[in-house]
Ligand binder design. Structure first.
Ligand SMILES: NC(=O)c1ccc[n+]([C@@H]2O[C@H](COP(=O)([O-])OP(=O)(O)OC[C@H]3O[C@@H](n4cnc5c(N)ncnc54)[C@H](OP(=O)(O)O)[C@@H]3O)[C@@H](O)[C@H]2O)c1
Length: 280
């Protein structure tokens, strides 16, 4: 195609979304860096960076939990730019906690953000990509979309669900030249860790208190060894610009080593490894 390529990124105020929006804009994409809340300080940082570096980047509000917010924003982008070449479904967070101690409201919010949020954006953007006969959808899942650790049931559930949907979706979209990519990072240093909530983790009366404490310690170590979000952004850019992207990109040594080891283990062997790690 000729003309400027248009990218839309969700959850751009920090971490992977922030770095990806900047990198896509620096690489020539007119980038709609969408943010959950325009009033957040992080969103201001993105607006200031775009201005200072004169990037082709526009910051717009988009709450992936809201049908109205997603359709309004995607429709206005299509009205203005007439096309969307790249969607990066990045917005997400991790809900932790034991199933019996997690409310349905918390669980729904996790799925509304991590899973239905991406689905909503795809539903809004696919018609224009289909009509233009091309486009790329990058869904950020996780190493946690391939393997699971304790007390993260619904985070894993939401990411496994997005993996399954994406894997099937590739077939219906292939005839229209739309390609789906899954990005599976290991630990990334971002606000993600601050926003993890382990339901009842601090309650000594919880039957899961000891496990929650072990999980919290492991999360701390993972955060200490985490890669910079720009590493993930680089992989996303590669997947966007290559002619024939893979379905999956694993990012980070921790993720690739874990998945390599997992390949050669039975479910029981891998389960025992996780149990050892978390002292179960
Ligand atoms: N960090 C990791 O170790 C890691 C590893 C594997 C995968 N991931 C995945 O990578 C993605 C990005 O995470 P990150 O590490 O960059 O964390 P982050 O810095 O916390 O960024 C998450 C972004 O999602 C946004 N967001 C949350 N709810 C939203 C909503 N309803 N609508 C729109 N935006 C929303 C956040 O905005 P607000 O802060 O304003 O809510 C924030 O901008 C997530 O999908 C996460 O699951 C992260």
């Amino acid at each position: 195609m000729s003309g400027q390529r248009i990218a839309v990124v969700t959850g751009s105020s920090s971490g992977i979304g922030f770095e990806t929006s900047k990198l896509l804009a620096k690489s020539g994409f007119y980038t709609h860096a969408t943010v959950h809340k325009l009033e957040n300080e992080d969103s201001h940082e993105l607006i200031d960076t775009a201005k200072k570096e004169k990037l082709p980047l526009e910051v717009t509000q988009l709450d992936v939990k809201s049908n109205e917010s997603v359709t309004d924003t995607i429709n206005s982008i299509v009205k203005k730019n007439k096309r969307i070449d790249v969607i990066v479904n990045n917005a997400g967070y991790a809900l932790g906690g034991a199933l019996e101690e997690t409310s349905m409201e918390e669980i729904r919010k996790q799925f509304e953000t991590n899973f239905f949020g991406a689905v909503r954006v795809m539903q809004a953007a696919i018609p224009v990509m289909r009509m233009q006969r091309g486009g790329r959808i990058i869904n950020i899942t996780s190493l946690g979309g391939r393997i699971s650790i304790p007390l993260s049931t619904f985070y894993h559930g939401s990411k496994f669900a997005l993996e399954g949907v994406s894997e099937s979706l590739q077939y219906e979209l292939a005839p229209f030249g739309i390609k789906i990519v899954l990005i599976e990072p290991g630990a990334v240093g971002s606000n993600f860790w601050k926003s993890i909530k382990i339901a009842n983790a601090n309650s000594p009366n919880s039957p899961y208190a000891q496990l929650a404490s072990n999980v919290t310690k492991t999360f701390k170590k993972m955060e200490e060894n985490a890669m910079h979000p720009s590493e993930v952004a680089k992989t996303i850019l590669d997947a966007v610009i290559t002619d024939n992207p893979h379905l999956r990109y694993v990012v980070g040594n921790d993720a690739s080593k874990t998945l390599e080891a997992r390949k050669n283990m039975s479910d029981t062997e891998f389960g025992n490894l996780i149990k050892d790690q978390f002292k179960i």
